[in-house]
Design a protein around this ligand. Sequence first.
Ligand SMILES: Nc1ccn([C@@H]2O[C@H](COP(=O)(O)OP(=O)(O)OP(=O)(O)O)[C@@H](O)[C@H]2O)c(=O)n1
Ligand SMILES: C[C@](O)(CO)[C@H](O)COP(=O)(O)O
Length: 245
Amino acid sequence: MTMPRVIAVIPAAGVGSRMQADRPKQYLTIAGKTILEHTLDALLTHPSIHSVVLAVSPDDIYFSNLDIKENKRVDVVHGGKERADSVLNGIMHLQHDDWALVHDAARPCVSHKDITALLSLIGDNTVTGGILATPVRDTMKRAAISEDIPHQNQLNVISHTESRTNLWHALTPQLFPAQLLREALQKGLSDGVNITDEASAVEYAGYKVGMVNGSPANIKITHPADLPLAEFYLQQQLEARVACE
Ligand SMILES: Nc1ccn([C@@H]2O[C@H](COP(=O)(O)OP(=O)(O)OP(=O)(O)O)[C@@H](O)[C@H]2O)c(=O)n1
Ligand SMILES: C[C@](O)(CO)[C@H](O)COP(=O)(O)O
């Protein structure tokens, strides 16, 4: 089977409100580089990734300061109101037969091992693409009070304990045929479905989506407490790479 082109689509147009920093979190520096540069490096150095389409905010004033803006394998598009809009804008730049590997800019710790494992789904006819995911490890509680973003130190009351059997955290990258994902996102968005990841759109479109067990170190940097943890994982990866040289 000839391998199709795999284009990484990176949504990087968020404001990072939960990080409460002086700039969008993808432009915070850890382990010597911005989070975005770490993420782009991880994808651009993977041998099976052809190029990157990067979605940045129309108001972005930070990307132009990065050397990576000169990289000919990085195409820049404008992001949209929600993450799904940014991803859709990015996919518009892919060719019909491409596969889209969608990966959050806020996940710099992704490993080549996990990317390679996910890419193996391209030849798997039992599913239509798939995602990296990691099994839930904590007991999961449903709060009685519905709160989108729980405030710290607020007292919530437990409604009940959710079963964690077959419960996974969806990670990224998420890998799908570009045309199929484009149509699934357009349908989900136009039907008003809450699309928080690519798989939710592809599931809504009726396809069977694979889940590949990925490293829990592939964290999404969201809150300030995530920064030292991500830095630790990145330093670990660097030391492992140096040891192999
Ligand atoms: N309109 C948006 C919103 C988010 N993202 C990107 O989607 C990824 C995951 O989103 P999230 O972690 O929620 O980032 P933010 O939306 O920036 O964070 P917050 O929700 O705290 O504002 C991030 O790389 C973010 O830059 C995007 O490209 N376009
Ligand atoms: C795509 C994702 O990272 C999978 O867990 C997650 O849904 C992104 O959510 P966010 O609220 O946009 O960070």
